[in-house]
Design a protein around this ligand. Structure first.
Ligand code: ARG
Length: 572
């Protein structure tokens, strides 16, 4: 399990938000947690806005009157309140803002009020014997980012890869293997061979009646739990497939706490059936066992056992959920799975609800939109899905060409290209709203300008380069005259908002919020170093201050990018 011990003092702009909320609480006689601060529509009005509508009635006046009254009443250290109609705006004294933001940006970790929550994030979960295609990218990348964000917020995080390694399709595969399998081809390219067998099975199934019969028998053999030839073959396929998946995970820098395929819950299926029966929710329908869900407003019943007595995807998910609850006592269990499986998750949660398992409320399906390739060379060839590894390879190849052009002298170009290529693909995915479809266009993904991963990486590398050239350590903020931070206000506000962006990204399960906060930071950072010469000003104190700003920018970008899963090269 991954945990982080972050300090608990509010960080960045949160520091001032806490004071403002406390002052509002005292003035309106309500708990501080009641107050949501917003962002003023016009940045010139300050850093925080507070709409008075909800509180006016309680205060016995209309919202503009309340706003005006509060302006007179509130006394907040380093913060000036003003009113515009029904809104209160708060402006932090700029030098104080600079100092507080700089201090917290240069601290190793941000604070969190969510320490100790246990969050399970289930993500990636590809199916063995099939390639990881672009469709698996979103779950993998979004899930990993959410897991890292939760760790950062202080949760105990359990990352589970729920590999699809069980089900009737493996009976089919074993039957096909027995007829047409070739060990040499399998060793050379396991997934291609298995996929080929699977496709052939479906082509020949119609003509050859013994084929489906063999497949059914093979799956029954698997489900019997006995150590037999079928099981050996299946194990072999699983191992080879996992090896392939691991290559992709390595490139993404992703690790799991548990790689538990559906088969891992094998010995929990019988007890689960018994439990469902004892809860009185099962019934028979044409020889199969189902749970009716009309009482939960779901028309389609949940099928938990086929007429042949074999289990289903949903059965295994029920067993997995129950076992996870018993093992981890989670506060939240997130399933990062495509939107097309929404009904499945509604169904099995509803089954648990009917069983009186209150904890099902802590389970949440985190759906996402599809990924579509813009027309071009790498778009789907007839009937063929595009492998995720191919997408990464192509991205790295393009990144390599870009690096070659920009910085031909660079050492370790291959490594940098890998980081830029993979980072570009990851960032492109995460900058979109999770539920929306993503159109994948190579040109856009790999551009060094605009809202891209390479742009952020480049900004970070620029900072590294300035710091390298300075050839001296960054001094502590306490030793810098805050007046020398002049010119950085926009950047400090952007950096200061990061803790809030992280919290919201976690709450809304939306890494995009972090991605956008980083873009804002990078663009303010670019303006800063363009307009404020860092080295060679001839004024050592000024140079110290500006170098510290560059280091704050660098470390903030590095932190944010790492949380998203975008590698951060020091040169590019
Ligand atoms: N293996 C499934 C697929 O690729 C996804 C599994 C999602 N997780 C779950 N607990 N059902 O479609």
């Amino acid at each position: 399990m991954a945990t982080n011990s972050a300090p608990t003092q509010p960080n960045g702009l949160d520091f001032f938000a806490a004071d403002i909320r406390a002052a509002l609480a005292a003035a309106l006689d309500l708990p501080a947690s009641d107050f949501q601060l917003e962002r003023p529509r016009n940045e010139a009005h300050g850093e925080f806005a507070f709409p008075c509508f909800r509180y006016a009635k309680g205060a016995g006046c209309n919202p503009p009157e309340l706003a005006a009254k509060l302006v007179d009443q509130l006394q907040i250290k380093d913060v000036t309140a003003s009113s515009v109609g029904p809104f209160l705006n708060f402006q932090v004294e700029p030098k104080r803002l600079a100092t507080v933001v700089m201090e917290s940006a240069l601290m190793p970790a941000y604070a969190s009020d969510q320490q100790g929550l246990t969050s399970i994030v289930e993500f990636s979960s590809p199916n063995i014997a099939k390639p990881m295609h672009v469709g698996h990218m979103r779950t993998t990348v979004i899930g990993a980012a959410l897991a890292r964000i939760f760790v950062h917020l202080g949760h105990e995080v359990v990352r589970i890869n729920h590999i699809g390694d069980w089900g009737s399709q493996f009976g089919k595969l074993v039957a096909a293997w027995k007829r047409w399998g070739d060990e040499d081809r399998l060793q050379a390219d396991p997934i291609a061979e298995l996929l080929q067998l699977y496709v052939r099975y479906h082509e020949e199934e119609k003509e050859d009646e013994s084929l489906p019969a063999d497949a059914k028998a093979a799956f029954q053999e698997l489900e019997s739990g006995e150590e037999n030839q079928t099981r050996e073959t299946w194990k072999h396929f699983t191992e080879l497939s996992l090896r392939e998946f691991n290559h992709v995970y390595e490139r993404f820098g992703i690790e799991f706490d548990f790689v538990r395929g559906e088969s891992w819950y094998e010995d929990k299926l019988e007890p689960l059936s018994d439990w469902l029966d004892s809860c009185g929710v099962t019934e028979e329908s044409d020889g199969a066992t189902i749970v009716d869900l009309t009482s939960e407003g779901i028309k389609t019943p949940c099928l938990v056992k086929t007429a042949h007595g074999t289990t289903l995807y949903a059965t295994r998910d029920l067993a997995a959920a129950k076992s996870r609850w018993e093992e981890f006592n989670f506060d939240q269990l997130l399933y990062v799975v495509g939107a097309e499986q929404t009904l499945h998750f509604q169904q099995f949660k509803a089954v648990l609800k009917r069983c009186g398992a209150e904890w099902q409320q802590r389970m949440e399906h985190v759906p996402f939109g599809l990924i579509r390739l813009a027309e071009g060379k790498l778009s789907t060839r007839a009937g063929r899905v595009i492998g995720l590894a191919d997408v990464l390879d192509r991205a790295v190849e393009l990144a390599r060409a870009a690096v070659e052009e920009k910085n031909p002298e660079l050492e370790g170009k291959a490594e940098v290209a890998e980081k830029v290529g993979v980072g570009a693909v990851v960032f492109h995915d995460l900058k979109h709203q999770r539920q929306k479809d993503v159109v994948f266009d190579w040109k856009e993904v790999l551009s060094f300008e605009g809202d891209t991963g390479p742009y952020l990486q480049y900004t970070h590398a620029r900072c590294c380069s300035i710091l390298r050239k300075a050839e001296r350590p960054v001094v502590s903020v306490a030793d810098i005259d805050p007046a020398l931070f002049e010119g950085g206000h926009e950047l400090f506000v952007a950096i200061g908002r990061l803790p809030q962006a992280l919290r919201e990204a976690g709450q809304k399960r939306e890494p995009m919020l972090l991605a956008h906060a980083l873009l804002k930071i990078a663009s303010a950072g670019n303006v800063y170093y363009r307009e404020n010469r860092v080295l060679g000003t001839g004024d050592p104190a000024l140079e110290d201050a500006r170098l510290a700003v560059i280091e704050a920018l660098r470390s903030t970008l590095a932190l944010g990018l790492e949380l998203l899963g975008v590698p951060v090269p020091e040169q590019m």
